[in-house]
Structures are given as structure tokens and as C-alpha cells.
Design a binder for this molecule. Sequence first.
Ligand code: MF3
Ligand code: CO
Length: 265
Amino acid sequence: MAFRKGGIQIKSADQLAVMRQAGLVVAKTLKAMAEATAPGVTTADLDSIARDCLSTMGATSSFLGYHGYPAVLCASVNSEVVHGIPGPRALKEGDLISLDFGAIVDGWHGDAALTVLVGEVSADIAALSKATEASLWAGLAQARVGNHLTDISHAVEQSTLASAAADGRAYGIVADYGGHGIGSAMHMDPHILNYGKPGRGLVLKAGMALAIEPMLTLGEPEVMVLEDDWTVVTEDSSIACHWEHTVAITDDGPWVLTALDDVRL
Ligand code: MF3
Ligand code: CO
């Protein structure tokens, strides 16, 4: 069993190898859903593709039944930020959809999200997705032995500010949700903010695994939860975007467990 240091689960090399298997299931499933995303496709169609992928690959869902969650996918469209429940809604040209998916292999979890642009989208929406993905990779690059937890947070924020300056606009950084530790459960300590001063919080050690997940908006950062008790939307109805990877901290640097290829930064 993994042991804990300061409350944070430390994984052995063998356990990280199993987490990589879970991460590959996540990467392949996200790719299959992204390729199927098109005008007219419903979010329930994408959920059923994900269910097929899980059973084909012999994995189970991190999400289904989690606090009663009814699907294997979170599909969040336009002003939905995260935790959108798949259903009969058909996608249309110009939409943006975040696909968030988690899988379990032998008790170990992988969790990742990507944003897909449906057909031709506005320049603003395309820039938002690029900025969010860039901020994720800036955070992942800081998942290094000896760094402090908030070095990740700070890097996400700095990247967002740099993209905003380059794009000649502002992006809202959602503050009510953030990243998390991951391993033998999907959500573990620590919580990871997507902004803040560097050099604070726990010191990162080899064997830790984190899910880093920036959420940016074209408007304000404030969000609220809809009546279904799940769907998180922007308060100002601005478009929101979400990208996520699970990363392992190793002596050889960050290992992106949910990338399709073997990515070590
Ligand atoms: N994958 C989400 C996260 O990134 C959590 C999904 S909530 C669930 O933390 F209920 F769908 F599982
Ligand atoms: Co997550």
C-alpha cells in the first residue's frame, strides 16, 4: 500500500506504472470523444462512447456514482464550467465543450479534461481554449521535486496573465474549484489553487500525483451551481474553458500520466 507523508499519498514506481495505465485509458477515451464531437452530436452520445471505451479497455469509471454522479463523463458546454451532466443537448457549430473523464485501473485513478471547439468558433473562444491549455502546461512544468505546491498555482496564473496580455483582453480565473491530489482515490489532498504567490504550501516529493485543472472564462471568475446540484456555470453567462491532466512527480521530472504519448517534462 502507498504510504503517506504529511497527509499526501506517496506512490511507488509500480503504483505509478498502474496510474499510467489508468491515464492511458483516459487519454484514449478523451481522443475518441473529441473525434466524435460535431454539430448534432449530443452529450449523451459522448458519454456512451466513453462507456464503450471503458468496457473495451477493462477499466471502470472514477465519476459514475461519485457522490451520486449519474454518468462517466462531465460535459460542460459554453457557459458551463465543469460537472455538466450528459443528456439530450445537441452540440451546434460555434460551441465549446469541456470533456472531463476519469478511469480506474486496479484501484488507481487517472483524471483529465480537454476542451473541443465545435466546427468554426469565434476568435475569442479559440483564444480562450489556447490560453487555458497553455496555463495547464505551465502548471504541469512546475510539478517538480523540491518545488512548493503554489509554484504550480503561480505558474498557471502567470501564464494566464501573459496570454491575456498577448490577446489584448482579460480572462477570469475560476477560484471556487481547483486541482487535487489523486491516486487510490480521485480526489485527495492537497487542493491546488489556479492562482497565488509562489513558494507556499507543501514541498513536492517523488511519488506524489496531482491533477492540475485550470478553468478560465471570457468574463468574470464567479460561478454558481444549477438546480441539478452539479452543473457549475459562470454567473455572468460568459463562456468558460477547462483543461486538466494528471501528473506524477518523479526524480526525472513531471510525468504527464494522462497524455496519449509518454510525456516527461
Ligand atoms: N473530474 C472532476 C475533477 O476534475 C470531478 C468530476 S466530479 C464527478 O475533479 F462527480 F463527476 F465525478
Ligand atoms: Co480533477
